[in-house]
Design a protein. Structure first.
Length: 145
């Protein structure tokens, strides 16, 4: 059984850590803004086990003119659960949430290896490649609602 529900930001760490911050301290799983009232976190549970997470921040990026922007951060699915459409379900949940908030643009910094996944859902690259220290190559991607 698959269920997606709101979770606390600290709950995201059990998925963020092994997928996004492996071999780094658990404290590196906290992102600026995680604890703001305008930030929401969703967890995907498979048979009651948390296997995927996504966080949506109300955050404006100056490269876009849209007024009501949201940023996705910390999207991750446990390695053993990848390839089961869980990431797509989390992304769809985030998009639906942004619609309820009358958001008109979603953007994020995508890891290079995740770009094809996001492109399949209609996201476009809008930047040159850039490095995030100790994390890797990223691209800014976006999608308008």
């Amino acid at each position: 059984m698959i269920e997606i529900k709101n979770i606390d930001y600290t709950t995201t760490f059990s998925v963020r850590h092994p997928v996004l911050r492996d071999e780094k301290p658990i404290e590196s799983c906290f992102f600026d803004g995680d604890d703001l009232k305008t930030t929401v976190h969703f967890g995907l549970f498979c048979d009651k086990k948390l296997v995927g997470v996504i966080s949506i921040f109300k955050n404006k990026n100056a490269i876009f003119s849209a007024q009501n922007q949201f940023q996705i951060r910390g999207m991750a699915v446990l390695k053993e659960c990848q390839g089961k459409n869980f990431g797509k379900q989390l992304l769809d949940q985030a998009e639906q949430y942004v619609i309820t908030q009358k958001g008109n643009l979603i953007w994020f910094n995508a890891r290079e290896n995740a770009v094809p996944f996001y492109q399949k859902s209609g996201y476009e690259i809008v930047s040159d490649a850039f490095e995030i220290k100790d994390i890797g190559t990223h691209f800014i991607m976006y999608k308008k609602n």
